[in-house]
Ligand binder design. Structure first.
Ligand SMILES: NC(=O)c1ccc[n+]([C@@H]2O[C@H](COP(=O)([O-])OP(=O)(O)OC[C@H]3O[C@@H](n4cnc5c(N)ncnc54)[C@H](OP(=O)(O)O)[C@@H]3O)[C@@H](O)[C@H]2O)c1
Length: 338
């Protein structure tokens, strides 16, 4: 099989295709011949040495794949053989074959191709956890989605739209037209305007009930301040660390220095809530993920979950795929096709 290795921390050029022997499915596992591997922003942070959850370099990252089961380990039903599935994997997904516990695979819906299916595990589950499970989104709520043009952002638009929320979103201006077509009602260019001022103008100074924020550091303070009473802030990333000019560890330190503290009395008196989401820390809660995925797959069937593939890169062009995302050019999912 072929894998894409992060040979050392650095720029996209450190990504290298290497040959390895096929992995064998152990008890409770299946082997998937991969047709599409999902790329996530966390992979870029890992490549730069800024993602503490990742294995140390050299390593193979990748949290999700879609493909065909070609072997099952002891204890796994043979009916899985030959089935088209998509899966959450704990690293190692940049490969054309992976082994994965059977409870982390899901039958691929016939109406999605492999590239679309691989948009579901990380980005749609994260958006579901943020908006529905922890954000308690309801009809009539106003929601602000930061990075609305990224994979999580587009997933969040699908979900917020389905729940009847009013949707505000930040993204670079070139993405606004497409985002409006997808259901974003109020697009804000956070690269030029002060998004807080614009949000307050659009909401007549009230703010919103729910904000999902993957930017991190001082952005969380600004987002918290933009909540109206009963508002919730979901924090789930540190994208700003990716473009800082400081050396690796200093970037995280600088980010920590600007990160706000939330006092219980302040939360109580302002009727606000804050919560964090890290899908990569839910490996002991897989039944929950399965339940959320069941709801998402029902949404695929009903047509309101619409995974959008921005671009599919050839397996040996992972560096190009990373550059594409880092240059903020993607609108939705970026995949590698094996
Ligand atoms: N905690 C979790 O479980 C979890 C799960 C999934 C993702 N995340 C986090 O959520 C964020 C978005 O993930 P995603 O998969 O949706 O991203 P993505 O599809 O890779 O999209 C990345 C987009 O983010 C925006 N961006 C903001 N700051 C950036 C920077 N410094 N460098 C490059 N692009 C930047 C860009 O769009 P615009 O500038 O045009 O808006 C870019 O196109 C990331 O921080 C990721 O780590 C967290």
């Amino acid at each position: 099989m072929r894998q894409i290795w992060i040979t050392r921390y650095g720029g996209p050029e450190v990504l290298q295709v290497r040959e390895a022997t096929d992995p064998q499915a152990a008890a409770g596992e299946v082997r998937v011949r991969v047709r599409a591997s999902g790329i996530n922003f966390a992979d870029i942070l890992a490549r730069k040495g800024l993602y503490p959850d990742a294995p140390r370099a050299p390593m193979v990252v990748g949290y999700e794949v879609s493909g065909v089961v070609d072997a099952v380990g002891p204890g796994v039903e043979e009916q899985w053989l030959g089935r088209e599935v998509f899966a959450l994997v704990r690293f190692g997904g940049y490969a054309d074959a992976v082994v994965v516990p059977v409870d982390q695979i899901f039958p691929k819906p016939a109406r999605l191709d492999h590239a679309q299916a691989v948009a579901l595990p990380v980005q749609y589950l994260t958006a579901w956890q943020l908006l529905v499970v922890m954000g308690a989104i309801g009809a009539g709520d106003s929601v602000l989605i930061h990075n609305a043009g990224g994979g999580v952002g587009l997933a969040a638009i699908d979900i917020a739209r389905h729940f009847g929320a009013t949707i505000f979103g930040t993204a670079s201006s070139a993405k606004h037209g497409f985002l409006r077509e997808r259901g974003l009602q109020h697009a804000i260019d956070y690269t030029r305007d002060d998004w807080t001022r614009e949000l307050m103008r659009l909401t007549s100074g009230k703010g919103v009930e729910l904000i999902i924020d993957p930017l991190g550091g001082g952005h969380w303070r600004k987002s918290y301040a933009a909540l109206r009473p009963t508002g919730r802030l979901g924090m789930f990333g540190i994208s700003t660390a990716a473009s800082s000019r400081l050396p690796g560890p200093l970037r995280l330190l600088a980010l920590a220095g600007t990160t706000p503290w939330f006092h219980p009395l302040g939360l109580m008196n302002r009727n606000r809530g804050v919560f964090g989401v890290n899908l990569g820390h839910l490996w002991r809660e897989v039944p929950k993920l399965q339940g959320w995925m069941k709801d998402l797959l029902a949404g695929v069937d009903a047509g309101w979950i619409r995974p959008h593939v921005d671009r599919s890169f050839a397996f040996d062009s992972a560096a190009g795929a990373h550059r594409w995302i880092e240059q903020r050019r993607n609108l939705g999912k970026v995949v590698l096709s094996a």
